[in-house]
Write a protein that binds this ligand. Structure first.
Ligand code: ADP
Ligand code: ADP
Ligand code: MG
Length: 497
């Protein structure tokens, strides 16, 4: 058992800050890495030390394993936390960290490898009797064969990228006539996004609800689950609103699904934090979708209902400690809802609307948590994810958590960019959401820009596109300026490069 004394966080934004805060409480020194676009970022200022690892594009900075490991060596960090996104689900990175004699705060590389490939993941889970969505068990390249299989499975089907993530490389096919075209698109999207064009086919589950379980394993072989999160409110197959617990699970179903999640983790010798995603159909049959081998964006809702700090737990498990509680000791306390505040324009197909946060005032009060990485006046770099913040509201009941979320959205003041806040308020007020009778098609079923009462909604599209182009141009200009070394940032210590 080796104690972590200094932790390098190989990430940026809210998640880097969130990890560093818990580390500091544990008396662990923190090291930030940053790209030239992030010189002024809050994670850089918060850290005890910070190292610049390259130009703004991720491929030249946050994805550079060699530079990150060199930064750990240079600062004497003895552990690396990858956060989410970037290198967090890259088994080569996890292995390189271990090979460098450092502690990787995450799962073992072989588990990342198995679960990083959706087909391998399904095959592993199947061996542990975890129910799967009907579909192909192998990658498929031949269109004729694929059509034949889809007919057997029954339309609609979903073509998915085996290496997929972030909702990319996924195509719904409603009938045979559409098949060839959609398959071509899925393959080309998968090739360009993941460098791997393998696709497979799944039955498209009707009225699907996305229910995932937070699991934790230790290096002694114990695995528990920390209950579920419901993430059915999505756009482009990506989550915008998450809550825990789900409004549809009964204690009995929770128990069965939780056990399946634990088995999925066991199927790949998992330890540390992970998420097992399921899809639930209208008859409450559940099927394994995939496992995310990292801390999840929406982990705070689980923290609020369990009272646990998942990052602290990750750290103690990485140090070799056992999970300090048993499954039976865990209880759900109240209800938590997270809304993701993206710099996106819901009135314009949720396209990124990056720029400068002219006004930025967070909501406050009982049961409200805001995890973000920005201050008023800062610009959102266009190189990275356009998420500004996550706002998490916790209260005794689901109804109270919904009312609190509406109050907090009203209090949140952001100008300078369009955000998803208005959309999230619409969700909170919608009867389908409030009654619990909704699924992943919520946005397409109920949402049109008009319902937002958004002053920008009637602006013609050409104007919006032109405005966006100007913003992008400004932003780019500014980042070029920022790449020149700037002075006057307080907390940078000796290792600044
Ligand atoms: P979560 O399930 O935790 O909500 P998301 O799918 O929203 O995860 O992804 C979390 C972050 O990781 C986002 O910044 C997303 O863009 C990024 N991401 C997820 N999967 C991939 C991938 N395969 N390649 C690149 N980025 C990814
Ligand atoms: P990613 O790696 O991009 O997160 P997932 O397999 O987790 O891919 O799927 C993302 C989302 O797509 C799910 O949350 C769900 O909304 C939808 N989805 C995935 N598979 C199915 C399916 N078989 N039937 C219906 N919806 C699905
Ligand atoms: Mg997923």
């Amino acid at each position: 058992m080796t104690k972590i004394t200094k932790l390098l966080v190989a990430n940026r934004g809210e998640i880097a800050l969130r990890i560093m805060r818990s580390s500091r409480e544990l008396g662990i020194k923190t090291v930030a890495v940053f790209s030239e676009a992030d010189r002024q970022a809050l994670h850089v200022r918060f850290a005890d030390e910070a190292i610049c690892i390259g130009p703004p594009p991720s491929a030249e900075s946050y994805l550079r394993m060699d530079k990150i490991i060199a930064a750990a060596r240079q600062t004497g960090a003895n552990a690396i936390h990858p956060g989410y996104g970037f290198l967090s689900e890259n088994e080569d990175f996890a292995q390189a960290v271990i090979d460098a004699g450092l502690i990787f705060v995450g799962p073992p590389p072989h588990a990342i490898e198995i679960m990083g490939n959706k087909i391998a993941a399904k095959n592993a889970a199947a061996k542990f009797k975890v129910p799967l969505v009907p579909g192909t068990a192998e990658p498929i390249t031949d269109v004729t064969k694929a059509k034949k299989l889809s007919k057997e499975i029954g339309y609609p089907v979903l073509i998915k990228a085996s290496a997929g993530g972030g909702g990319k490389g996924m195509r719904i096919v409603n009938n045979e006539a559409e098949f060839s075209e959609q398959m071509e698109r899925a393959v080309s999207e998968a090739t360009s996004a993941f460098g791997d064009g393998s696709v497979f086919i799944e039955k498209y589950v009707t009225k699907p609800r996305h229910i995932e379980f937070q699991i934790f394993g230790d290096q002694q072989g114990n695995v528990v689950h920390l209950f579920e999160r419901e993430c059915s409110i999505q756009r482009r197959h990506q989550k915008v609103v998450e809550e825990a617990p789900s409004s549809v699970l009964t204690p009995a179903l929770r128990k069965v699904m939780g056990e399946a999640a634990v088995n999925a983790a066991r199927s790949c010798g998992y330890f540390n934090a992970g998420t097992v995603e399921f899809i639930l159909d209208e008859n409450k049959n559940f099927y394994f979708l995939e496992m995310n081998t990292r801390l999840q964006v929406e982990h705070p809702v689980t923290e609020q209902i369990t009272g646990l700090d998942l990052v602290k737990l990750q750290i103690s498990i990485a140090e070799g400690e056992k999970i300090p509680f048993s499954q039976d000791e865990l209880r759900i306390r109240g209800h938590a809802i997270e809304v993701r505040v993206y710099a996106e324009d819901p009135a314009n197909s949720f396209l990124p609307d990056i720029g400068t946060l002219k006004t930025y005032r967070r909501p406050q009060g009982h049961g409200i948590r805001v995890d973000d990485g920005f201050e008023e006046g800062m610009s959102i770099p266009f190189y990275y994810d356009p998420m500004i913040a996550k706002m998490i509201c916790h209260d005794e009941t689901r109804e109270a958590a919904i009312e609190k979320t509406i109050r907090a959205i009203d209090e949140y003041q952001i100008t300078g960019v369009a955000t998803t806040l208005g959309f999230c308020k619409f969700v909170m007020q919608h009867n389908a959401f409030r009654s619990g009778n909704f699924d992943t098609r919520f946005v397409e079923q109920y949402f049109t820009p008009e319902v937002l009462n958004n002053p920008n909604a009637d602006v013609d599209e050409g104007k919006v596109a032109a405005a966006l182009a100007v913003k992008l141009f400004d932003e780019k200009d500014q980042s070029t300026l920022q790449s020149a070394p700037s002075e006057g940032i307080n907390r940078w210590k000796t290792n600044r490069t």
